[in-house]
Design a protein around this ligand. Sequence first.
Ligand SMILES: [Zn+2]
Ligand SMILES: [Zn+2]
Ligand SMILES: [Zn+2]
Length: 103
Amino acid sequence: MSTKIECTYCSGQGKDPFQLLSDISKCQVCSGLAVVEINAPFRPCVFCAGTGKNPLGARVPCIVCKGKGNNSITSEVVCAKCIGTGRAVDGLPCTSCKGIAYK
Ligand SMILES: [Zn+2]
Ligand SMILES: [Zn+2]
Ligand SMILES: [Zn+2]
């Protein structure tokens, strides 16, 4: 079931948080709508700590949650490979759970 949540990438502002093109450019995650759709159940993205922003430094949406700050989950079982951190040893998303931390 899909539900609407506030876009965490732009904090519900509908504008690009980094104002890359101009100060009125639309948020690329929600297309300026300030909300995004996600399938329930979902959990806050551990990879970006729920910010929706790429924790690796680039001014782009998180590669795991695509900027939503949350991930749909299909299981409540914490990933045994990354022990719920969503990260592999190199800092990239865990290959087992794809950074979602549940598997
Ligand atoms: Zn947005
Ligand atoms: Zn994320
Ligand atoms: Zn994992």
